[in-house]
Structures are given as C-alpha cells and as structure tokens.
Design a protein around this ligand. Structure first.
Ligand code: TA6
Length: 298
C-alpha cells in the first residue's frame, strides 16, 4: 500500500483530518480539533508540530530541514530506534537507527469522544531493515492530539530471539531565547556529559551557557522547560523511560549541521524521552516495550 494522498483521504475521512502533500512531496496528516492543531509526516512517523488552540507551536522545526528519502526531518519529534546515537558497532549505519528515515504506514485514525484525535502508524521489518538489524519486529506509534500531546512508541519482538534496543522520542521544543531558558526536574540526578565525557551530578536547574548534551540516568521524572523570555512553561512527562537527554548544539555544532541553520540554536531545546546508555531494553520473543512522552503547557 502506498501513501497516496487521494487514497489516504478516501480511506481515512475523519472530521478534523486532512492529508496534504508537504515539502519534498511527502504526505502529511494535518489534524485540527478543539484542543490543538498538529502535523504528522508519514516519513519517519514524524510529529512535526503541536499547537494548542490560542498558543504558539510547542515544537521547533529547522528552516533548513531535509525532506528527503533516507534522511531525517530536523525538528519535531524524531523517532530514534532501534538504537540511540551512533550504531554500537557499525558507524556506516544511520545515526539514531532507521525508524526516523523509514516510510511508516497509517493504520488508524480515531476521533475520541472527548474530541482528541488518536493516530496509529506502523512499521514492520523488511529486507531494508534486516540488512541493518536482522530481527523481525512490529513498531507502532500512537499519537494522541488533545489538551496534551501523547506520543507512544510500541516495539514488539516478533522474532524467535530476544533483542536489545535503544530508543528516543527526540523532542525538539521551540523556545524564545535559549540564554533565558532553564530546565527543572533533574536536580541531584547523575548524568553523562557527552561534550566533555565526564560523569556528573546535576546541581539545581539546567541553564544553557554553551553546547549541552547530557544523558540523565535513573530518572523517570517530569521535566519542566521554563522559557522566561516568552513566559511559557512546557512539561515533559514520560512512561517506559529511565533516562532523559537534554541537548542544545550551541553555535559551533549548529554550524556543522547542514540541516540546521547556524543561528537556530538560540530558539530550540531538546528534552528527549529515552532508553539510552544503561537504560537500553532487552525485549524477549513475543514481548513488547512502550516508550511514551507526554507534552503539555503548564
Ligand atoms: O540527543 C542528542 C544527540 O545524540 C546529540 O548528540 C546530537 O547528535 C543529536 O542527538 C542529533 O543527532 P542527529 O543524528 O539527528 O544529528
């Protein structure tokens, strides 16, 4: 089944749902209901925006993002799976796994009684995925667009062997000025600073005077982004995760990324719901793991 716009509009005619051809000729689901508007690309099952009624978009998208096959969209909520970061043994394999560069299939759309939309997209193993990761699996992304944005990645082991996976819902948030942002909820938490490769403990709130790329460990805590310049607080709660990554590339790394505008780092911040580092998960044959991020305005 292909992701043909006409076919999608015929198959999934639900109030508040429209399929459009987005940048790069990519099919995009546009969602609008009494709570919020949102956009989800079938490429990578990529949530690109979540805009509560009367508010600005909570998610950030790079103006330089690629919208091309086999390349990730920069911004929104990339799905990092079945590994987080570089592949542990083969640097030729795509950073953050293949889920975010795969074409997912739309499985269902429901308008729930309370007025939220629930969208389910699916991805199964294929010749392409097996060349990179030789396991049978079924992944499903459930996106609930309501008073909060809930994004859940379900990963099921359809193989005869157990497999170990790293994962992230790699949330990119829009902020007005990173130099006036702080993040609370991780004080006292141990973390790996991947910029200087040292293990540290978070002292109070997180501020952003330079490149920041921290993997917080043994934490299931809700985190709050305090965007003081625009008087906005964003909550990131989660399920199925004991690690949280906080990332801002700052100027030098931003300039090295072709799909990231040189000065865009001042208006974005990643707070990622992850299974990273010691929090990778072993999923046994027939079992599944669910990783969920829950995003809302405070
Ligand atoms: O989540 C933080 C991180 O691992 C950073 O180290 C940086 O590489 C970022 O992800 C983006 O990775 P990408 O492959 O999307 O450029």
């Amino acid at each position: 089944m292909n992701n043909n716009i006409t076919e999608l509009n015929n198959r999934f005619s639900v109030d508040g749902i429209k399929f459009i051809t987005g940048t790069g000729e990519m099919p995009v689901i546009e969602i609008a209901n009494r709570f919020a508007a949102a956009k989800v690309a079938l490429h990578g099952a990529h949530v690109m925006s979540y805009t509560p009624v009367g508010e600005d978009d909570l998610l950030w998208m790079s103006r330089s993002s690629w919208f091309e096959p086999n390349k990730p969209i920069r911004g929104g909520i990339p799905i990092c799976w079945p590994w987080f970061g570089g592949h542990p043994t083969d640097s030729n394999l795509p950073s953050h796994g293949f889920a975010r560069i795969s074409e997912w299939q739309l499985e269902s759309i429901e308008l729930a009684a309370a007025g939220a939309h629930i969208i389910v997209l699916g991805l199964s193993d294929s010749k392409i995925t097996r060349k990179m990761w030789n396991f049978a699996f079924k992944a499903e992304l459930t996106v609930t667009v309501g008073a909060e944005l809930r994004v859940e990645l379900m990963m099921r082991n359809c193989d005869a062997q157990p497999f170990e996976t790293g994962a992230a819902l790699h949330n990119y948030f829009a902020v007005n000025d990173i130099s006036q942002v702080k993040v609370s909820g991780l004080a006292g938490c141990a973390y790996l600073d991947t910029v200087d490769h040292n293990h540290k403990v978070q002292d109070g709130d997180i501020c952003f005077p330079a490149e920041t790329d921290n993997v917080y460990l043994d934490t299931a805590a809700e985190v709050i982004i305090h965007d003081n310049a625009q008087q906005r607080k964003i909550s990131i709660a989660k399920n199925g995760s004991n690690s949280t990554v906080v990332w801002n590339p700052w100027c030098a790394k931003a300039a090295r990324m072709p799909d990231f505008g040189d000065n865009e780092y001042t208006q974005m911040l990643c707070v990622e719901t992850t299974n990273a580092e010691s929090d990778t998960r072993t999923i046994h044959s027939g079992a599944e793991h669910r990783l969920e991020t829950i995003i809302s305005l405070v």
